[in-house]
Design a protein around this ligand. Structure first.
Ligand code: NAP
Length: 493
């Protein structure tokens, strides 16, 4: 690794989609002096942690990939989790990121001081860096509800994000708690072999029909791999098509109505039993929660060995789950498909910025950042897929690569000696967040459902603009929004 006096040292925290996108983007811009610190035992982020039966990505794989690492030969249109995880491993090897990686290493403290950032890691190691990039993702702290009696259960219990392969589910009586994307996928996967499957759905979800098991033809793979420029054109077409999805969730137009009608049709056409259909019908608009896609769920939950329970859970007993109507549902295995603490981001890390301000203090009113990436009070720190990132409307890889390229503009100016610290202003951050709040008004997420998109402060933690706006906001840094200092304390702008 060659070093120049102004070669910025960088710590990237997280080796998932955001961390890999950041590392490769930095490399391609000529920044090689970085380490990637990852708490897991491998790269991949959510694709490393989630290994539950039925795990599939509901974004088509020809879009769910990095622009710099096209993969023509996915085995399915919507690939399974294991294939996506292998892809992330391959990308890391192909781009030589292994030598930058510190696996099984959790950042406990990251403190900004006179000498820049000081980080202490699990295992007692420490690092110093000019810049810290928090690429820590959104859905990485599993949420398991503290249901009375939970510890008394005599069978196996598992959260989907910590799947335990030693748990035998075949010919067992299985309870699945939760009806989000994960609950729907795991119910579809476990039902065929279960003795009995009981799904506890506190809130039913709209489930859009999609042929998730569709293979990708080898002819397509061959064409994409051999015809010059074809893969890029398909990728761009995918980005354009996802713009239609963004439009549908952002604006109440006839296009939204069409998709919502399709959701209603998906339920009506697949579930003929009226009582079950009533139980499966949500009381809020389709698309309000993170939309669930499946081609198998409604058949699975309609099967003779499946039961949908919408009564509230009151307790877990040694032999099962009791609901508010007094019924005890006896089961051998309880699967928590109960989601995550989605607004933790890099926390519980002890992250301290200028003047010893902690991230908990800075985010006392909920997570907030300037254009998803900069936080007032935290110089030389950027987030990639940070607050207000577009989970579910714009490609995550596109957003992460765009943000990483934006950060390289600052790294280039640091390298040129223009500043020692860069910090976004409070005023610019408030201005951005005010515009976000205003733009949330007509979005479908704001039409009266309870979803994980909401923070404790009832703001919606999503990107309410289109991709063109994102691209414009993260093209060239606007100096008027930042405070730059030289020699750590001399304001130069
Ligand atoms: P989720 O959408 O947050 O769903 C959690 C489920 O658990 C909800 O049905 C919730 O009910 C239920 N729940 C929570 N606490 C409960 C309690 N005390 N009693 C009964 N039910 C309870 O979590 P997820 O399904 O894991 O999905 C999270 C996100 O991960 C998705 O929205 C998506 O962004 C991502 N994901 C993506 C894919 C993919 O294919 N790309 C696959 C899986 C996950 P309420 O609705 O009533 O709160």
């Amino acid at each position: 690794m060659t070093m120049t006096p102004r070669d910025p040292s960088i710590v990237i925290i997280g080796a998932g989609v955001a961390g890999i996108a950041t590392a490769v983007t930095f490399q391609q811009a000529g920044f090689h002096n970085f380490v990637i610190v990852e708490k897991g035992s491998d790269v991949g982020g959510v694709w490393h942690w989630n290994r539950y039966p039925g795990l599939t990505c509901d974004v088509p794989s020809q879009l769910y990939q990095f622009s710099f690492a096209p993969k023509p030969d996915w085995s399915r249109i919507w690939a399974e989790g294991s294939e996506i995880q292998r892809y992330h491993r391959d990308v890391v090897e192909r781009f030589g990121l292994d030598k930058h990686l510190m696996l099984d290493s959790e950042v406990n403290d990251a403190v900004f001081g006179e000498q820049g950032w000081e980080l202490s890691l699990s295992g007692g190691r420490s690092l110093r860096a000019d810049f810290v990039i928090a690429a820590t993702g959104v859905l990485h702290h599993p949420f398991t509800p503290d249901i009375p009696g939970r510890d008394s259960f005599g069978g196996a219990m598992v959260h989907t994000a910590r799947w335990d392969d030693s748990i035998d589910t075949a010919h067992k009586r299985i309870a699945v708690i939760g009806s989000g994307s994960t609950g729907v996928q795991i119910v579809s996967a476990l039902q065929p072999q279960a003795d009995k499957l009981v799904q506890f759905a506190r809130t039913p979800q709209w489930v859009l029909w999609a042929p998730m098991g569709l293979p990708q033809s080898s002819v397509v793979a061959k064409l994409l791999g051999t015809v010059p420029g074809l893969h890029d054109r398909v990728y761009d077409a995918g980005l354009w098509a996802s713009g239609l999805l963004a439009d549908v969730v952002l604006h109440p137009t006839w296009r939204r109505t069409v998709v919502q009608q399709f959701a209603r049709w998906s339920l009506g056409a697949q579930v003929r039993d009226r009582r079950l259909r009533d139980k499966l019908t949500p009381d809020y608009e389709p698309l309000c929660k993170r939309q669930v896609l499946s081609g198998t769920y409604y058949q699975a939950i309609s099967a003779p060995n499946a039961e949908l329970v919408t009564e509230a859970i009151t307790e877990i007993t040694p032999t099962g789950i009791r609901t508010a109507d007094g019924v005890e549902h006896e089961v051998d295995v309880i699967v928590f498909a109960t989601g995550f603490h989605p607004h933790n981001y890099m926390r519980p890390m002890n992250l301290r910025g200028r003047d010893d301000v902690t991230i908990d203090e800075a985010w006392a009113k909920g997570p907030r950042a300037y254009r998803m990436t900069a936080i007032p009070g935290f110089p030389n720190l950027f987030t990639v897929l940070g607050p207000n990132s577009p989970t579910g409307s714009i490609s995550l890889q596109y957003s992460a690569e765009l943000t990483a390229r934006y950060i390289t503009r600052w790294l280039e100016r640091f390298r040129a000696g223009e500043f020692d610290t860069v910090e976004v202003s409070e005023e610019a951050t408030s201005r951005f967040n005010d515009s976000v709040a205003e733009a949330m008004g007509p979005t479908v997420w704001n039409t009266g459902c309870n979803s994980w998109y909401f923070t404790d402060q009832h703001t919606i933690d999503l990107w309410p603009f289109d991709r063109a706006t994102m691209t414009r906001l993260l093209s060239t840094p606007e100096d008027r929004d930042f405070l730059l200092t030289r020699s750590r304390d001399t304001a130069v702008i």
